[in-house]
Write a protein that binds this ligand. Structure first.
Ligand code: FEO
Length: 161
């Protein structure tokens, strides 16, 4: 059975995953507003993945005899300075999520809660991927700079996700 402390922390993480979905959907809306359809498609897919992450916490909390308690989700930013700035914010957000997952994992270790450690290991690995992908796109955006043909090519690549 989950301890109350871990249950509360997982409910907090569930909310953060839903906020991630909300943030990426807001970024999708921004990219759609400037006609970068590929970027918008990538962000919409990312938002869907985040809902799946939230549902993994939802199911795990019940698998371990806990209670899901949904919390208020903050409003995400609506405007972004540039295509690059939005991705930089996405990476910054993922780094925050990684730190939260690591804190959760440390709590599970402290409580000798082995099922939670096993469950959280998937998220530890996922965060490595999430940060790597966002960093790679940021590097490409920096290479492209203010060169519209490069931006259009990158947009086409992201549309393939
Ligand atoms: Fe669910 Fe992007 O972390």
């Amino acid at each position: 059975m989950l301890s109350n402390r871990l249950q509360d922390a997982m409910n907090e993480q569930l909310k953060e995953e839903l906020y991630s979905a909300y943030l990426y959907l807001s970024m999708a809306a921004y990219y759609d507003s400037i006609n970068l359809d590929g970027f918008a498609h990538w962000m919409r897919a990312q938002a869907q993945e985040e809902v799946e992450h939230a549902m993994k916490f939802y199911e795990f909390i019940y698998d371990r005899g806990g209670r899901v308690a949904l919390q208020a989700i903050d409003q995400p930013p609506i405007e972004f300075e540039s295509p690059l700035a939005a991705f930089e914010q996405a990476l910054e957000h993922e780094q925050k999520v990684t730190a939260m997952i690591h804190t959760l994992y440390a709590q599970a270790v402290e409580e000798k809660d082995y099922p939670s450690q096993s469950f959280l290991q998937w998220f530890v690995d996922e965060q490595v991927e999430e940060e790597k992908t966002a960093s790679r796109i940021i590097e490409m955006l920096k290479l492209v700079g203010n060169h519209p043909p490069g931006l259009i090519m990158l947009d086409r690549e992201l549309a393939r996700r």
